[in-house]
Ligand binder design. Sequence first.
Ligand SMILES: C[S@@+](CC[C@H](N)C(=O)[O-])C[C@H]1O[C@@H](n2cnc3c(N)ncnc32)[C@H](O)[C@@H]1O
Length: 216
Amino acid sequence: MKQDVFVELPWALERSHPPFEGNDIKSPESLYRYIYKKHTKRGDKVFDPFVGLGTSMFVAEEMGRIPFGIEIEKQKFEWVAGQLENWTHIIDDDAYNIPQYNLPKMDIIATCPPFMESHTKWNPLYSGNPKYDGYDQYLKRMGLIFKRLHPLMKKQTPLVVQLDNIHSKSGFTPLIHDVAHVLSKNFVQLSETNVTWNNPKPDYPFTTLLIFRKKL
Ligand SMILES: C[S@@+](CC[C@H](N)C(=O)[O-])C[C@H]1O[C@@H](n2cnc3c(N)ncnc32)[C@H](O)[C@@H]1O
């Protein structure tokens, strides 16, 4: 399949966020519409190991795909599952525990993992447990979680990961490069798509999709 290098999509957060969480972590619906249209067809099974506020899952149902996902935070899990037809496909757990569940092979895995800045301590993959502080532990765990997705993937199942580099007052985190590097142990990167928003937020003009398949 020919891969896009640049695409332009509308920026809009169409679903309102729950009272306990702002919209900061949410991906725009247009992004998952684009991913599913390009890589899947009706009836396909889609998986998200970091469900968050459920954009990937809601768009999957809207497009006739079958959503499966996992989310570590109970409140988010309940809020998302409570609005899905396929609510029994959503798991409330650490994505590291995926092998414990009897999930079918997926036609695509598409996700936006929790981001971390390299100079901070609070590791979002362990809900901030101080035993696992730090960026090195974050990257290591990210690699392990994604490795554990292998059994859910067919030979050609695409893995699409949305990432951004982070520029802040405290410095620059090359998150796209660092996560791609960690994933390269178990996945082959096929391409990278640069997405610009056609009505950009001044502080968030673009994002990046990395597309992989599993190493055989
Ligand atoms: C960037 S957000 C995903 C946002 C989502 N794409 C949306 O549109 O709402 C990442 C999510 O991963 C969850 N998370 C963090 N560590 C996790 C883990 N170890 N296992 C499963 N979920 C985790 C966080 O609670 C957060 O909701």
